[in-house]
Ligand binder design. Structure first.
Ligand SMILES: [Zn+2]
Length: 336
């Protein structure tokens, strides 16, 4: 059944040239009876070729993607591409303007609302708009994330698993083309409510990224992000000048729940290793200190997976269940 979208756009997906406009989602809070939540969107179209959807700002505290996509929108010459780019640089605009992971409007994590609900809250309407209106126009999807305020993560390109081996191969090739220092298969423990899981269900060649983090703009991460966007455009044949992709690359994965080291107590987390350090299951990962009770011994946290420290919690304060460390391991699966 086709769901009716409440969103309306000032751009036309079928029109040649560069259009920069907005997606408007009617929003009627106390201060604005008949207003709208306004998301920036650009459509750049020329000749024949694939349609690539690019999004940043799914989480509002992840900045490299929105910055690089803003540059792309300003700088791209429609004559230089063959195909179509649909660019949404600040997808979760209320969160982007607040600098927060979740939406200040409805408290939701946009990336746990797909496929959305056109009759739901603002976040659910945004994900429904992407799922129902944007994805059917695309051949490929590049979703630019970073670690955000709570995680410092190694800049990496992410494979969203696909059930169909041919589709998985398309995803892996496009992710490798992004050419991040690290390539990681991340299933989010089988999570189906993300933008990339939803894009894979729509059949799109899908590339995710994690560009640094800590709620900052990383110099190296931004450079990787800019180059990676160009590399994906070239890989899909939207622009010429394919850059050489390194061959000698190990594919990593976040292998399962044992890859996450979670806080066991309410205190302050002391990590034992820097990102990128090789570690083994059974080795101490860090400890939680109890600052209100100096006689209490810190609680030790243990790695339960061999691999490298892929991401680390940024704020010191932790509560039980907070993600302190994510381990990435050499990929064991079959990529067909
Ligand atoms: Zn994110």
């Amino acid at each position: 059944m086709t769901r009716r979208s409440t969103a309306y756009m000032t751009v036309d997906f079928g029109k040649d040239g560069k259009q920069v406009g907005s997606v408007n989602i009617p929003h009627s809070p106390h201060s604005d009876a008949w207003g709208a939540t306004v998301l920036p969107i650009a459509v750049v179209k020329n000749g024949t070729g694939p349609t690539l959807i690019l999004s940043g700002g799914n989480h509002g505290d992840e900045y490299e993607g929105p910055i690089a996509l803003g540059e792309l929108i300003r700088d791209i010459d429609p004559g230089a591409i063959q195909g179509c780019l649909i660019v949404l640089p600040a997808l979760n605009i209320p969160a982007v303007m607040a600098g927060t992971r979740t939406s200040p409007v409805d408290g939701l994590n946009l990336n746990r609302t797909y496929p959305g609900n056109p009759e739901g809250t603002i976040s659910q309407q945004i994900s429904a708009f992407m799922n129902d209106v944007v994805y059917p126009h695309g051949d490929a999807f590049l979703d630019l994330h970073s670690g955000g305020s709570s995680l410092d993560i190694l800049p990496s390109a992410i494979v969203e698993p696909a059930l169909d081996p041919a589709h998985q191969k398309r995803n892996v090739e496009a992710v490798l083309a992004f050419d991040a220092p690290l390539t990681v298969v991340v299933s989010n423990l089988g999570e189906t409510r993300t933008s990339t899981a939803s894009a894979v269900r729509a059949g799109l060649t899908t590339v995710g990224t994690e560009m640094g983090g800590g709620g900052t703009v990383g110099l190296e991460a931004l450079a990787i992000c800019r180059r990676g966007i160009h590399n994906v455009l070239a890989h899909l044949g939207l622009v010429e000048n394919k850059s050489a992709v390194r061959e000698d690359r190990t594919l990593f994965e976040v292998a399962g729940s044992q890859s996450y080291v979670l806080a066991s107590g309410d205190g302050v987390f002391e990590p034992f290793h820097a990102n990128g350090t090789e570690i083994s299951a059974g080795q101490p990962a860090g400890r939680v200190h109890f600052l209100d009770d100096p006689m209490r011994l810190p609680a030790e946290l243990i790695y339960r997976q061999d691999g490298i420290v892929y991401a680390r919690r940024q704020p010191g304060r932790v509560k039980p269940g907070n993600c302190c460390i994510v381990v990435a391991s050499p990929f064991q699966g079959d990529l067909a």
